[in-house]
Design a protein around this ligand. Structure first.
Ligand SMILES: Nc1ncnc2c1ncn2[C@@H]1O[C@H](COP(=O)(O)OP(=O)(O)OP(=O)(O)O)[C@@H](O)[C@H]1O
Ligand SMILES: [Mg+2]
Length: 245
């Protein structure tokens, strides 16, 4: 139930040489004393209690913990689809620091579309669009055709060059998730969120997909928060926050 700074559920590895300061701030993501509960009849059932963490640019945070411990809730708070009951959540962007609690719904939608890339356990590709069209969708939504070539290059680097004109239903699970990753990264978000991105993959594809996500975020100096049940994936993160203890 707790993941605040100093408890044992929060493991932070040595930062090493890789970290660079963000141009606008000294953090990429900062969560302070976040609490969130859900209404259950007359009662408020607490899920997250006083959660505090900071991510530097290029850092990866793994959320672990049993089913129902609040991993997806943390991701939804970071995505701005849920609002915390209390606490602060700040995301550093090129345009300055965004305090999510202060945004209205419209601004949160804009924040999500512009600054967040989301990878889902069940891929969530648009079935009526080809691989290429799925990947370019965020660029259409953000009116960023200038990023097309880079996005398609990344799709190729993810091993999907030859599958660009295929529809999702013809892809394997690993291919779908690689497409979903290319889509999540297309608009160059500062924050990548992934909810059990390897949950539906065999161990070989799981390792590959985790490597691609983590490698990209480190190279791009963005930040990645991923919920995972896979200890091997969690071990690759810079920080592990275990919920539900
Ligand atoms: N919209 C909602 N309304 C009421 N309760 C909710 C809602 N969303 C989540 N919960 C509850 O909050 C708790 C945390 O849910 P959450 O989905 O964040 O867990 P999780 O750690 O992601 O679990 P899993 O590993 O099964 O995906 C659960 O008890 C869940 O039932
Ligand atoms: Mg979940």
């Amino acid at each position: 139930m707790n993941g605040s700074g100093e408890d044992q559920a929060h493991v932070r590895k040595e930062p090493g040489e890789r970290m660079k300061p963000h141009p606008q701030s000294d953090f990429a993501v900062r969560a302070r004393s976040l609490s969130k509960g859900y209404r259950d009849g007359d009662q408020l059932r607490p899920v997250l209690n006083d959660l505090t963490f900071t991510l530097q640019p290029g850092e990866v945070l793994a959320l672990t913990g049993p089913s129902g411990s609040g991993k997806s809730t943390v991701l939804n708070l970071l995505a701005g689809t849920l609002i915390a009951d209390s606490g602060d959540l700040e995301i550093a962007t090129d345009a300055g620091v965004i305090a999510l609690g202060r945004l209205d719904e419209r601004a949160r939608t804009r924040y999500r579309r512009t600054h967040v890339g989301y990878v889902f356990q069940f891929f969530n590709l648009v079935p009526t669009l080809t691989v290429r069209e799925n990947v370019l969708l965020p660029l259409e939504l953000n009116m960023r055709p200038d990023l097309t070539a880079t996005a398609l290059e990344r799709l190729g680097a993810l091993g999907m060059q030859a599958r660009q004109d295929d529809f999702p239903e013809h892809l394997s699970g690993g291919e779908r998730q690689r497409t979903a990753i290319a889509r999540a990264l297309a608009h160059q978000p500062v924050l990548v969120l992934a909810d059990e991105p390897t949950g539906n993959l065999d161990s070989e594809n799981a390792a590959l997909v985790a490597e691609m996500l983590i490698g990209h975020v480190r190279a791009a100096d963005s930040a990645l928060v991923l919920a995972t049940h896979d200890e091997r994936v969690a071990e690759r993160a810079d920080q592990i926050l275990r919920l539900g203890d």
